[in-house]
Design a protein around this ligand. Structure first.
Ligand SMILES: O=C(CO)COP(=O)(O)O
Length: 126
């Protein structure tokens, strides 16, 4: 099996500030990875972390979650960090669920909040 070289970062709107802060805080650890993100999240992470080379997919509601799901299905993703907003209904909830389902199916480490991300990021260090 090919090595999983990507870390995927996704955050819902109310969680984006937290994601930018998480990425800024861990910029050095993230630097050795290929960072992929949904469109808006990726833009904010890139602004917060100029050292990182962030590849931006489409925005989540426009298919970005599904694009990252495809990378998970190809077993390219070492870690999915997905800061989900637990209080806001999403029009693309089915895509969000589908992405989580693929992460479970392909046994991909998945952090759905910052506390878990803080534990997993050092754990996958190469
Ligand atoms: O909606 C999202 C995840 O479901 C995130 O998409 P954006 O990063 O484009 O806002």
């Amino acid at each position: 099996m090919a090595e999983r070289r990507k870390i995927a970062l996704i955050a819902h709107d109310k969680m984006k500030e937290q994601m930018a802060d998480f990425a800024r805080h861990h910029q050095d650890a993230l630097e050795g990875w290929q960072i992929v993100a949904t469109g808006t999240t990726g833009g904010q992470v890139q602004d917060a972390c100029p050292k990182l080379n962030v590849t931006r997919m489409k925005s989540g509601p426009l298919g970005g979650d599904q694009q990252i799901g495809a990378m998970i299905a190809q077993e390219e993703v070492a870690l999915l960090v997905f800061f989900v907003d637990p209080l806001t209904p999403m029009p693309h909830d089915v895509d969000v669920k589908a992405l989580m389902r693929l992460a479970i199916l392909y046994d991909t480490p998945m952090a759905l909040n910052r506390a878990t991300a803080e534990v997993l990021l050092p754990a996958i260090a190469r």
